[in-house]
Design a protein around this ligand. Structure first.
Ligand SMILES: C[S@@+](CC[C@H](N)C(=O)[O-])C[C@H]1O[C@@H](n2cnc3c(N)ncnc32)[C@H](O)[C@@H]1O
Length: 316
């Protein structure tokens, strides 16, 4: 599909995702901020709640509103897996109040730095941000009343996804609630979608099927598991990407998370991420041109392959 195939190792996937979302932060501007608000509003966030957010907390990379049915109560602890700029953490903060806590977890250092800066700007006294992968969260077992996640689990390498649900289970108290927004595959994704790095970063290529998700959730013990297909039109993101004339669409992400893999990964990626070289080398040596990619992306109906779902479950 694109000039970039997906990395062949999970370390390569982590390096690609982290690099792409770091790059996404640097592309924020007043005009992207308006688009980000439109994206969030289309997923059910109100203009009023968005207007309370400090700095660039909303990066336009959500695919739902997991707080909508979280029923947060004063004094509760909520953990947000893959918290980005802090969007859901800051919105949760007033609901859990001074006696509660809202904790964001993200593996991308630049995201955690941004979220902490946003927290300072907003003067929040009950939030914190932790640098970690969602498969190994350095928080106590049973610390959370609610775990949420917004458009992140699809980004976890397939072979590690089960671990995310094990972590959700471990973090939650008995009686705790899980509320997730994520893109899920409507069936087996074709190879051309599955192997496209831009669609991986864009939250499409890594989407799991509903039956896989349900098996992971029930497998660790969750009950009352509910999947709601929000039927949101995901092609709006594709149109957003195609309208970015300055961007080589072969480098662009798609769908919910319009983040872009870095066109020219920097040397530190090679030093830090053991598979960074793998990502860069394949990116530089593959075939399709930007215009061929654009043409194929234009024809691709994302709604055919993935849907935006809300997923709820209880830890008995
Ligand atoms: C699509 S963005 C969503 C951000 C945020 N939830 C929102 O809705 O604004 C994905 C975020 O998850 C983080 N992320 C991706 N994979 C992760 C992983 N395995 N562990 C921790 N964070 C991860 C990325 O760094 C990025 O900040």
């Amino acid at each position: 599909m694109s000039t970039r195939p997906t990395p062949s190792t999970s370390d390569g996937t982590y390096a690609l995702i982290s690099s792409a979302y770091t790059s996404h932060i640097s592309q924020q501007s007043p005009s992207t901020s308006r688009t980000n608000d439109l994206v969030a509003r289309s997923f059910g966030y109100t203009a009023l709640s968005l207007s309370t957010l400090p700095g660039t907390s909303n990066l336009g990379v959500s695919c739902g509103n997991p707080l909508a049915l979280a029923h947060l109560q004063p004094g509760e602890t909520i953990v947000d897996l893959g918290s980005g700029g802090g969007l859901d953490v800051f919105l949760a903060s007033p609901f859990v109040g001074a006696t509660g806590r809202a904790i964001g977890v993200d593996m991308t250092p630049a995201m955690v730095t941004l979220a902490r800066r946003n927290a300072e700007k907003g003067g929040y006294g009950n939030v914190e941000f932790v640098l970690a992968r969602v498969t190994a969260v350095p928080l106590d077992s049973g610390c959370a009343d609610v775990v949420v996640s917004n458009c992140v689990i699809n980004l976890v390498p397939q072979e590690e996804k089960k671990k995310v649900f094990e972590e959700c289970w471990r973090l939650l108290k008995s009686g705790g609630r899980l509320a997730v927004s994520d893109l899920l595959a409507r069936g087996e994704l074709p190879e051309m979608v599955r192997s496209d790095a831009a669609l991986l970063v864009g939250c499409v290529a890594g989407a799991s099927r509903v039956d896989e998700y349900e098996a992971w959730l029930r497998g660790v013990g969750f009950k009352d598991v509910v999947f709601v297909d929000t039927k949101s039109d995901l092609n709006v993101y594709k149109e957003g990407i195609l309208s970015q004339d300055a961007v080589d669409v072969a480098d662009a992400g798609a769908a919910c998370c319009a983040a872009k893999p870095k066109p020219k990964p920097k040397p530190e990626l090679k030093e830090n991420g053991c598979c960074g070289a793998d990502v860069r080398d394949t990116a530089e040596t593959q075939g399709a041109t930007g215009s061929a990619y654009r043409e194929r992306l234009e024809k691709l109906d994302l709604n055919e392959y993935v849907g935006a779902y809300q997923i709820y479950a209880i830890k008995p």
